[in-house]
Design a protein around this ligand. Structure first.
Ligand code: BES
Ligand code: MN
Ligand code: ZN
Length: 499
C-alpha cells in the first residue's frame, strides 16, 4: 500500500473517494457548503433528514457529479468538537479505511486537515492518520485459504491531504515514522496471533533472531543449559512442565553514543499459559496463546526503534517458556531459587509470569541500565480494574511513570497508574522462603507488581500490565480480533522523547 502526501486545491484532487471529518452538529461550515455545491446539495438534504449529524463513528457516503475529479465523498462523524483528539483522528482514519475497503474502494484521500485539533503538531496529526490507515490494513491470514483471502480487498493508495499552510516535509517524515512504528505493531500482532502449537519458546527465539538480523540488532539466545549455569530458577521452574525448552532472548540495539547507559525492555514471553498444575478453567483458555503479548510488544518496539534509527541504546530481555501441567511440572509448595538468589515459594503455578520476569529483571541489571521497563500480560485482576481500555503502570520512580503516562496519552495507548505502597509488599511474606508468588485476591495487579519490585530495586523501573489490552476480543476500528500490538506505539513515543 502506498501512502502519499497531497497538497493543493481539494477541487483538483483526483481520487475514488474524498474523506472528510465532520464535528457533531457542525454541518454548516464553509468547507462543507463549498463541497455541497459540487454534490448538488446532497449533503444538506442528508443533514436535514438527520441521516448524518457528525456523531462519533457515523458515516455518509455519496457519489459526486461530473464537476469534480472525486468519484465519491465520505463524511466521517468525529463527535463533539471539544472531544476532538489525536486518538479520535487515528480512529476515524481506521473507520474510514475499513468502511471503504469493505466496499472495495481501495484508494482514497483523507482530508481531515480541514479540522483543527488543539495542542497538536502537523507531524502528530499526519502520523495519527497514517497509523489509523496502516492499523486498519492489518490482517492475519497465514492459515486462511486463497478464497477467503481474495474476498478481502487490499488497500492500494491512501492519500493524506494538507491544507495550504502545512509543511510537506514535516508531513512526509511523519508518514515515515508511522510506517516504521506500524511495522513493529504488525510484527507484534503476528507473533501474538500465531497459535500455540506453532509457537514454541524456540519459535519466539528464532523469530526474534531473524528480526534482529534484518534490523541490524545484536541477538543472543540463552538456552536451557545457559539458564541452568546462570541459576535462572524462575524460568526453569515454570518451563519444567513443558517438553519445549525455555529460552532467554537478549537483544541489543546501539543507536546512542558508546558510553550511554541503555534503556532495558523486559517482555513476558509465556507462549501458552495453561496455568500448570493450578490449571485454568477451559473457557477462553485458547486466548492464553497471547500470554507473550509483552514479549511481542518489546520485539516490535526493538524493530521499530532500529528502523527509525533512534539515538538510544536499548537492551531487551525476553524469558520465553510454556506453562504446562505434567509429571515433570513444578507444583504448588515448591520453592525456587531465582537468579537474584532470593527464594520464592510457589503457591499457585498460574502466577508464573512474575517468576520468569524476576530472573529477567535481575539479568538486565548487568547492563547498568538507566531505566528498566517490563511489559507483561500479568494479571486477570488488571482487566477487572481497568477493562480493555487502559494498561496499568506501576513503578519505583514517579518521573518515569509520568513520562510513560504522557507517552500513553499522546499515542492513544493509555496507561493508568496504580500505587505501590509498602503495605502491598507485606502481602507477599512467606513462611518458608524470601517471598511467595501470590498475595491473595485483593489488589492482584498491585501485589504482582510488588513481587517484581523485589527484583528491580537497583535501578529506575516501571511495570506495564497489558493483560486487558494485548488482545482484542471482538474487533474495533484499527484493531481486528486478535493481537493488538499494544505497547509498541506507546514505547516508541516514550523512546523518542527519552533521547
Ligand atoms: N497470564 C495470566 C494473566 C491473564 C489473565 C492475562 C487473563 C490475560 C488475560 C497470568 O499468568 C495469571 O494466570 N495470573 C493469575 C494470577 C493469580 C493466580 C494470582 C490471575 O490473574 O488469575
Ligand atoms: Mn498464569
Ligand atoms: Zn500468564
Amino acid at each position: 500500500m502506498e501512502l502519499k502526501i497531497k497538497k493543493g486545491a481539494l477541487e483538483a484532487q483526483k481520487t475514488p473517494c474524498l474523506v472528510l471529518g465532520v464535528n457533531e452538529g457542525k454541518l454548516k461550515t464553509q468547507a462543507l457548503q463549498a463541497l455541497d455545491q459540487h454534490l448538488e446539495g446532497r449533503l444538506q438534504r442528508s443533514f436535514r433528514s438527520k441521516e448524518f449529524c457528525g456523531a462519533d463513528g457515523e458515516m455518509l457516503l455519496v457519489h459526486a457529479g461530473k464537476t469534480v475529479p472525486w468519484e465519491r465523498v465520505l463524511l466521517v462523524g468525529m463527535g463533539k468538537e471539544k472531544h476532538l483528539s489525536l486518538k479520535r483522528l487515528r480512529q476515524s482514519a481506521s473507520t474510514a479505511a475499513r468502511f471503504l475497503l469493505e466496499r472495495k474502494v481501495c484508494s482514497f484521500l483523507l482530508a481531515f486537515d480541514l479540522l483543527s485539533i488543539r495542542n497538536s503538531t502537523l507531524a502528530e496529526r499526519v502520523q495519527a492518520q497514517a497509523e489509523g490507515v496502516l492499523l486498519a490494513d492489518y490482517r492475519f491470514e497465514q492459515y486462511l485459504g486463497d478464497k477467503e483471502r481474495k474476498r478481502q480487498a487490499d488497500l492500494t493508495l491512501a492519500g493524506i491531504w494538507l491544507s495550504p499552510n502545512s509543511k510537506r516535509i514535516d508531513a512526509e517524515s511523519a508518514v515515515e515514522v508511522a510506517r516504521q512504528v506500524c511495522a513493529g505493531v504488525s510484527f507484534a500482532r503476528d507473533l501474538v496471533n500465531q497459535p500455540g502449537n506453532c509457537k514454541s519458546p524456540e519459535y519466539l527465539a528464532r523469530q526474534a533472531e531473524q528480526m534482529a538480523e534484518e534490523a541490524g540488532i545484536q541477538a543472543t539466545l540463552l538456552t536451557r543449559k545457559d539458564l541452568e549455569r546462570e541459576g535462572c530458577g524462575g524460568i526453569l521452574g515454570v518451563a519444567q512442565g513443558s517438553c519445549r525448552d525455555p529460552y532467554l532472548i537478549v537483544l541489543q540495539y546501539h543507536g546512542g553514543t558508546k558510553d550511554a547507559r541503555p534503556i532495558a525492555l523486559v517482555g513476558k514471553g509465556v507462549v501458552f499459559d495453561s496455568g500448570g498444575i493450578s490449571l485454568k478453567p477451559s473457557e477462553k483458555m485458547d486466548e492464553m496463546k497471547m500470554d507473550m503479548g509483552g514479549a511481542a510488544a518489546v520485539l516490535g518496539t526493538m524493530l521499530a526503534a532500529a528502523r527509525l534509527k533512534l539515538p538510544v541504546n536499548l537492551v531487551a530481555a525476553i524469558p520465553a517458556v510454556e506453562n504446562m501441567p505434567s509429571g515433570t511440572a513444578f507444583r504448588p509448595g515448591d520453592i525456587l531459587t531465582s537468579l537474584s538468589g532470593k527464594t520464592i515459594e510457589v503457591l499457585n503455578t498460574d502466577a508464573e509470569g512474575r517468576l520468569i520476569l524476576a530472573d529477567a529483571l535481575t539479568f538486565v541489571g548487568r547492563y547498568n541500565p538507566r531505566v528498566v521497563i517490563d511489559v507483561a500480560t500479568l494479571t486477570g485482576a488488571c482487566i477487572i480494574a481497568l477493562g480493555h481500555h487502559a494498561s496499568a503502570v506501576l513503578g519505583n520512580h514517579d518521573g518515569l511513570v509520568r513520562q510513560l503516562l504522557k507517552a500513553g496519552e499522546r499515542s492513544g495507548e493509555r496507561l493508568w497508574q496504580l500505587p505501590l505502597w509498602e503495605e502491598y509488599a507485606a502481602m507477599l511474606k512467606s513462611d518458608f522462603a524470601d517471598l511467595k508468588n501470590i498475595g491473595g485476591r485483593p489488589a492482584g495487579t498491585i501485589t504482582a507488581a510488588a513481587f517484581l519490585q523485589n527484583f528491580a530495586n537497583n535501578y529506575t523501573w516501571a511495570h506495564l500490565d497489558i493483560a486487558g489490552t494485548a488482545w482484542e476480543e471482538k474487533g474495533r476500528p484499527g484493531y481486528p480480533k486478535g493481537g493488538t500490538g499494544f505497547g509498541v506505539r506507546m514505547l516508541i513515543e516514550y523512546l523518542r522523547g527519552a533521547t
